[in-house]
Design a protein around this ligand. Structure first.
Ligand code: NOJ
Length: 492
């Protein structure tokens, strides 16, 4: 079913044409969540391939062996995206498809390169601009086995840099928008503090055999920051002069609001929560060049120190602020001393504030509620603090009850309302002077939501995972976005 009717944009009449002609919009995906073909055409295993083949680690017991079969169906997908009116597509490269063993001395897999070349060419032929992420959580398993992956900055960095260099060399003639890391914070927190994500390490022995949640997340984050900066240096010195692209990083971050606006301790706690979550990565790159003072105060030397050389490298190492954001939490201060494994700034997250106001309607994902106002506030917080152009690289929602592609499910009002609210905030922020240059909805099709398996459907396209063809069914939200962006973007 497709929806052809247009939407009533009259409530937003004053926002017509507020986004410039070269504003990019489309959908974002990640290799491990959509490609499938997990072990074909020479691809090596990643840490997620290992984790999802370990019983008990994924909610519905699924693997990403097939996912949405984007590897096989990329032509159909590009055609469908085209019909959705997008101007850009953000996807990630699977490191172990390009260098199956991952290391600097390991062989390149030409079949992997060939796949991405075909995908990029298909996009360009459809007039869709590729935004390419080098790393979206799928570390080659061999590097984990050889030396513990990112825990070993010294050995990991040259391997990552060699991989990055191959990508710039092979794809940079056509790719002009690069993202080094996707959500380095979630990678390290979910993989090394909570231990639910690959590589599955934490202090909790009922969950993980190894790990230390009080130190490892901060070590891995440091490796990500420094290796990101070194990859950017290579791009800027060796490739940018001829390829003329931009390069940056994408950070996660939800908005935090005080539980009790009249309690200065809650006001402080909300700000501290934003700094632990966002400024942890953003201050070293876009701000002071150091980790936030509140983190140093709580974590002491468990938080690594930047050497002067690292500080120089990291500061200014991103041409834009890549922003993934989904929701808002109310935040309450805690009177007790912080737990040694705390990484949130000694706060408690709440679904309602002191007056009983809910943070928003529930989605089908426990942490995610629709909270457009908070999004508007966060955009301004990031802009005021860092003053760099923002590329919105992910934003979207699940909706309850999306079990089969029935007319009711495909008429996804809940998701339409989410996007409507968030895009209105984005457009208003632009009107108020915030420099935002892209918007990528998460996500194009339902896909494999990591440790939640196929249970959380974020797509504007329903996927029948039971079918061999992974049949795609457009939801109404896909057409809403098409119409709404037509309204917001200036006519050429
Ligand atoms: C952020 C991640 O980058 C993406 O992989 C994930 O699926 C979405 N958020 C939704 O949780």
């Amino acid at each position: 079913m497709t929806w052809t009717h247009t939407f009533d944009t009259s409530p937003d009449a004053e926002l017509k044409g507020i986004l410039s002609k070269d504003f990019h919009w489309g959908y974002a995906t990640a290799a491990a969540q959509v490609e499938g073909a997990w072990n074909v055409d020479g691809k090596g295993p990643s840490i997620w391939d290992k984790l999802c083949h370990t019983p008990g680690k994924v909610k519905d017991g699924s693997t990403n062996e097939d996912a949405t079969r984007a590897y096989d169906l990329y032509k159909e997908d590009v055609a469908l995206m085209k019909s959705y009116g997008v101007t850009a597509y953000r996807f990630s490269l699977a490191w172990s498809r390009i260098v199956p063993l991952g290391g600097a001395e390991d062989p390149i897999n030409e079949q992997g390169i060939d796949y991405y070349n075909r995908l990029i060419d298909e996009l360009l032929a459809a007039n869709i601009t590729p935004f390419v992420t080098l790393f979206h959580w799928d570390t080659p398993q061999t590097l984990e086995d050889r030396y513990g992956g990112m825990l070993n900055q010294e050995r990991y960095t040259p391997d990552f840099l060699r991989y990055a260099r191959i990508c710039f060399e092979r794809f940079g003639d056509r790719v002009k928008h690069w993202i080094t890391y996707n959500e380095p914070g979630v990678y390290t927190l979910a993989g090394y503090a909570g231990g639910m994500h690959a590589p599955g390490r934490s202090s909790y022995r009922d969950r993980n055999e190894e790990g230390d949640s009080s130190t490892e997340p901060f070590i891995v984050a440091h490796t990500e920051l420094v290796s990101h900066a070194r990859a950017v240096k290579i791009y800027r010195e060796e490739f940018k002069p001829t390829q003329k692209g931009v390069i940056g990083i994408t950070l996660h971050g939800n908005n935090s609001e005080p539980w009790d606006v009249n309690d200065p301790l809650d006001v402080e706690a909300a700000e501290r929560a934003r700094q632990f979550e966002i400024a942890w990565f953003a201050d070293p790159i876009y701000g002071s060049g150091e980790y936030p003072a509140c983190m140093r105060a709580q974590l002491g030397d468990r938080l690594p120190h930047f050497t002067p050389e690292q500080k120089d490298l990291v500061q200014g190492s991103s041409d834009f602020y890549g922003m993934n954001t989904y929701t808002t939490f109310f935040v309450k201060h805690r009177d007790e001393e912080p737990d040694v494994n705390d990484h949130k700034g000694n706060i408690e997250k709440c679904d309602a504030n002191s007056e009983g106001k809910s943070r928003g309607p529930e989605s089908d994902t426990y942490w995610l509620r629709t909270a457009p106002e908070g999004f508007g506030k966060l955009l301004r917080w990031v802009w005021d603090r860092y003053h760099v152009p923002i590329y919105m690289t992910e934003n979207g929602t699940t909706a309850k009850g999306e079990l089969a592609p029935t007319p009711d499910v495909l008429d996804d009002t809940f998701r339409v309302e989410f996007f409507n609210g968030y895009l209105r905030e984005l457009a208003t922020a632009v009107r108020d002077g915030v420099d935002i240059r892209s918007y990528f909805g998460w996500t194009f099709t339902d896909n494999w939501e990591w440790a939640a398996g196929y249970t959380d459907r974020f797509g504007v396209t329903f996927v029948d995972f039971e079918s061999v063809e992974k049949t795609r069914y457009p939801k109404r939200s896909a057409y809403f976005l098409k119409d709404y962006f037509r309204h917001l973007i200036q006519e050429k």
